[in-house]
Ligand binder design. Sequence first.
Ligand code: S3P
Length: 450
Amino acid sequence: MSGHGDPIPMTARKSGPLAGDAHVPGDKSISHRALILGALAVGETRVTGLLEGDDVLGTAAAMRAFGSEVVRHGEGDWSIHGVGVGGFAEPEQVIDCGNAGTGVRLIMGCMATSPITATFTGDASLRSRPMGRITDPMGLFGASAHGRSGGRLPMTIVGARDPMPVRYVVPMPSAQVKSAVLLAGLNVPGETVVVEAEATRDHTERMLAGFGADLTVEQTDEGRVITLTGQPELKPQVIAVPRDPSSAAFPVCAALITPGSEVVVPNIGLNPTRAGLFTTLREMGADLVFENQREEGGEPVADLRARFSPEMRGIRVPAERAASMIDEYPVLSVVAAFATGKTEMVGVKELRVKESDRIDAMARGLEANGVTVDEGEDFMTVHGMGADGVPGGGTAKAHLDHRIAMSFMVMGMASQNPVSIDDGAPIATSFPVFEPLMAGLGAVIERRDA
Ligand code: S3P
């Protein structure tokens, strides 16, 4: 898990028109949570549409290591026999979460209030990411953490024997931190309270309620206040995972910038805490429509129809929208290069601690392909070159980051010259069928010899 094997260099060339239906995989955030909450319920949880990317497969293996039975029945069709809240066994081996920040942080949360010890590691990207944001609140519950300097993996968490409930104000907009505290709170008597100043994706809250936890959410002057009553018996669920809006972003954006394209991306979850990219693209003048809007499993869902949009204009993306599109800034910065005028992305410093420093990775890759970018600690501005004005011709470094790799492949489909990446292997973490799916629409992506 902790490596990606040999690098897979890739090149994308002028493509299109892109046409057809793009059935993207299941939602990564919901897939991790389905496995984890299934493992914490008593009895069999059944999941369809599970994302079978490396990140989620790592979480499935981890849930087995903590004692639950996780079985694959067919494509995307899984069952989990949970051990109940407080029922985790101590793993015999190191838990390797590969590239998955969500995996490791949520799993640390749900073991930190049990009297067990577990050691976590991951790939070079994950080993460079800060875990203090999780271990600080876990310390308040009574757990202790022993990792490398700077709070990095590998790291051992010694779970609290007699955990105390906490009230925690999340210091940065992070659904992973919020979720880790809530999952830790499950095995603690009394009420655990989490406050977030800005709303982040709310799948943990929605799914905990679905599994029967006693949880309330209140909007106050301080922000969203979530109160969880500990030690519930979670009831197993039947979960149909919606398709991932963060994966839908790639075929949608490719269609918007590639001449003559018209692509439909069916069944996309449009939870408002995830849909900021689509609002932004429409404000830029994208021809993007939501068809068959409906509700499925408590989440808003629609089919997205995207057509080539040569008249897109740069805008200032408001900082308060950042949390609802945090994973989509890399591909938005590609679309911005094909718009006219400047696209300003502000309030985005969390991008610096993702699978890579995404501001730096996008700025360097865009510059290598002839696009001017201004950046600072908390912002990035892309100077648009118009629908047919992006030179391309460069190689971008993916830095073990799936979304950087896919963004530059999208760029190459519409730029004047091909765009290359040094390594597309990490694409398998979230979108294992990216290459055949895009090829099916008419995209030209080639693997080169390493
Ligand atoms: C996720 C939360 C976000 C996001 C990540 C998935 C989640 O991370 O970037 O891809 O499923 O909770 P942060 O919590 O660090 O913002």
